[in-house]
Design a protein around this ligand. Structure first.
Ligand code: XMP
Length: 514
C-alpha cells in the first residue's frame, strides 16, 4: 500500500507529537523521526513533505542538532518550525542570533495572505511564540511573509525551492489559525490528497494482520483499557478464534469492571475470540499485604501480573504472535520514534518479557494517536463506555489507596468511586472533565454519626483537566455536586466518615493520588 506521507524530523521540541497530530487531522498520514535519521532513509520513504520541529537548542552552537544541506535539495517541500526555521536559515546562509526581545506566549502576528501558507488566514492573527533566538536575516532567495512587533521574520518562504519557515508554533492550539497553516502546507504546498481515514485504517489493518498471522495463533493481554480493547477487536475481526485474550482481574479494578469487560469480550459478548478471565484477586492481596511504599506496590503488582499472565500462557502452549496495544505516543516516548527523552517507563513497548513463548509481536495500533485509537474503536463497533474510558493506571486501585492495600479498603474506594462517577455523570460533567476518581487516604479520624463516635477513613476526590498529562489543573466542580457526592459516600459506604476534595495541580502534585 503506497500511502502518501509527511515526515516530521524531530529536533527535541516539546510539541513534536502535536505537529504529527495536526498533520493527521488534515487526513494526511505522518510519522516522526529523529534528526539523526539518515537522509537515505528519509528519501526511501518518499515523503510528500517534511516538517522540521522546534527544539531547545541554539542552532549556531557547534554541538546543536543539525541536518545536512541536502535535505533542502530533494525537491520535497520542507517546512521549518521554530528551531527548524532557524536551522533552515542557518544552514542556507541566513543569520540567526540571540533575540534582543525574547517572545513567549500569545503574540499578534501580521501575515501575507497572498502566500500559499497563509491562504484564508486573517492578515492579523494570534500565534504562540516561544523563542530566545531569532532570524535576523533570511537566506538568499527567501521572502519574508510574516512579522510581529518584535520579530522581523515570523515566517518566510522560497516558493521556487519549496522551502517554508515559521518562527512560531502553528501546531499548538494557542495559535488561532495554526491548523489552517498546517493544512495549507500539507494539502496545498505538498499536494497531499488527504486520503488517510480511520475506516481505511481498519480495513487495511485487517488485511495486514491476516497476511502476517496466516493460520497462526495469537495471544493478547486484555486489560479492558482502550488500547488493548481496540487491538483485541481488530485481531478478532481479522483472525477470529485464532486469538486468545487473557484478562487478569487483579482485584484492583474499579467497581464491577471485571464483569463489564467479561460481558463485552467473554462467551456471551459480541466478538469471536477465546476469552480467559483469571480471577487472581486473593493472590494480589496476599502479595500486597503490609506493603505501604507506592513504588514497591507498583513493582509487586506489575511482577505478579506478568507471573499470572505467564502461567496462563504456558497452559496454552506456544503461540505464534503476542498482541500488544502499543500506541504511537508510547513509541515516541520510549525514544524509538522521535527525539524525546524517555518519559515513562511503564509502557511495554517492544513486548512483554521473554517469559512468554511466542515468535513475533503484533502491534496494530503502533502508529496511532489516542484519539485515532478511539476513532478506530468506534469504527469497529466497540461500546462507547469502553472507547471513551478514562485513563486508568495498570496497578489500578493499588495506587489509589495510600498505605497498605486490603480487600476492605478496595471495597471502600470502589464504592466511593462508583458514587462519584455516577454523580459526575448525572451533573453532565463526565464529558468535560479529563480524569476524575476517588482515592482512599490512609487517614482515620474521629467523627460522629447518629449518636455514635466513629473512627473511620477519609476519602479524597480528585478531578483534573489536562492536555498532555504532564501538567494538570484541579477542576472547579460545583459545590452542590461535591456536597451530594460527600453525602452519598458517607451514607452509603461503610467505613468512611470524611470526604475531602484535592485542589492540587500537577506540578507539584501528580494526577494519581498515591
Ligand atoms: P501521574 O500520576 O503521573 O499520571 O500524574 C499521569 C497519567 O498517567 C496515568 N498513570 C498510569 N498509566 N500505568 C498507566 O498505564 C501506570 O502505572 C500509570 N500511572 C499513572 C494516570 O492515570 C494519568 O492519566
Amino acid at each position: 500500500m503506497d500511502q502518501e506521507k509527511v515526515i516530521v524530523v524531530d529536533f527535541g521540541g516539546q510539541y513534536n507529537q502535536l505537529v504529527a497530530r495536526r498533520v493527521r487531522e488534515c487526513n494526511v498520514y505522518c510519522e516522526i523521526y529523529s534528526y539523526r535519521t539518515d537522509l537515505e532513509k528519509i528519501k526511501a520513504m518518499k515523503p510528500k513533505g517534511i516538517i522540521l520541529t522546534g527544539g531547545p537548542n541554539s542552532c549556531y552552537n557547534e554541538d546543536s542538532p543539525t541536518y545536512g544541506k541536502e535535505l533542502f535539495e530533494l525537491g520535497i517541500p520542507v517546512l521549518g518550525l521554530c528551531y527548524g526555521a532557524q536551522l533552515m536559515m542557518h544552514i542556507l546562509g541566513g543569520i540567526v542570533k540571540g533575540a534582543p526581545v525574547r517572545e513567549y506566549g500569545k503574540t499578534e502576528v501580521f501575515v501575507n495572505t497572498e502566500t500559499a501558507l497563509f491562504e484564508n488566514v486573517s492578515p492579523k492573527t494570534v500565534c504562540w511564540m516561544s523563542h530566545n533566538d531569532y532570524i535576523e536575516r533570511v537566506a538568499e532567495g527567501f521572502e519574508i511573509t510574516a512579522h510581529t512587533a518584535d520579530c522581523p521574520v515570523a515566517a518566510a518562504e522560497n516558493v521556487e525551492k519549496g522551502l517554508y519557515l515559521i518562527q512560531f508554533h502553528p501546531e499548538v492550539l494557542h495559535t488561532d489559525e495554526g491548523t489552517k497553516m498546517i493544512f495549507n502546507f500539507v494539502r496545498k504546498v505538498c499536494g497531499c490528497k488527504g486520503s488517510w481515514r480511520m475506516d481505511s485504517f481498519v480495513e487495511d489493518s485487517i488485511q495486514m494482520i491476516r497476511a502476517k498471522v496466516g493460520g497462526g495463533r495469537a495471544l493478547c493481554a486484555l486489560s479492558g483499557g482502550v488500547d488493548s480493547s481496540v487491538a483485541a477487536v481488530l485481531l478478532s475481526k481479522a483472525i477470529g478464534n485464532q486469538l486468545t485474550c487473557v484478562f487478569v482481574d487483579h482485584g484492583l479494578l474499579r467497581k464491577d469492571e471485571g464483569d463489564e469487560v467479561e460481558a463485552v469480550f467473554g462467551a456471551n459478548g459480541a466478538y469471536e475470540l477465546n476469552f480467559i478471565r483469571v480471577n487472581a484477586q486473593e493472590r494480589f492481596y496476599r502479595k500486597l499485604e503490609g506493603i505501604t511504599e507506592p513504588e514497591e506496590k507498583r513493582k509487586i503488582i506489575g511482577e505478579e501480573f506478568i507471573r499470572v499472565f505467564e502461567e496462563e500462557a504456558k497452559k496454552i502452549g506456544t503461540v505464534d504472535f503476542l498482541v500488544q496495544g502499543t500506541i504511537y505516543p508510547d513509541v515516541v516516548e520510549s525514544g524509538l520514534g522521535g527525539e524525546s527523552a524517555v518519559i515513562k517507563s511503564h509502557h511495554n513497548v517492544g513486548g512483554l518479557p521473554d517469559c512468554v513463548d511466542f515468535k513475533e509481536i503484533v502491534e496494530p495500533l503502533r502508529n496511532l494517536f489516542k484519539d485515532e485509537v478511539r476513532k478506530a474503536g468506534l469504527e469497529l463497533g466497540i461500546p462507547e463506555h469502553l472507547v471513551f474510558r478514562q485513563p486508568f493506571p495498570g496497578p489500578g486501585l493499588g495506587i489509589r489507596i495510600i498505605g497498605d492495600v486490603t480487600a476492605e479498603k478496595v471495597r471502600i474506594v470502589q464504592d466511593a468511586d462508583a458514587i462519584y462517577r455516577e454523580e459526575i455523570a448525572k451533573a453532565g460533567l463526565d464529558k468535560s472533565i479529563g480524569q476524575y476518581f476517588a482515592a482512599l487516604t490512609n487517614l482515620r479520624s474521629v467523627g460522629v454519626m447518629g449518636d455514635e463516635r466513629t473512627y473511620d477513613y477519609a476519602v479524597a476526590l480528585r478531578a483534573v483537566n489536562t492536555v498532555d498529562f504532564m501538567t494538570a489543573e484541579a477542576v472547579e466542580i460545583p459545590y452542590a455536586v461535591l456536597q451530594k457526592v460527600m453525602g452519598r459516600i458517607i451514607n452509603e459506604v461503610n467505613g468512611v466518615n470524611r470526604v475531602v476534595y484535592d485542589l492540587t495541580s500537577k506540578p507539584p502534585g501528580t494526577i494519581e493520588f498515591e
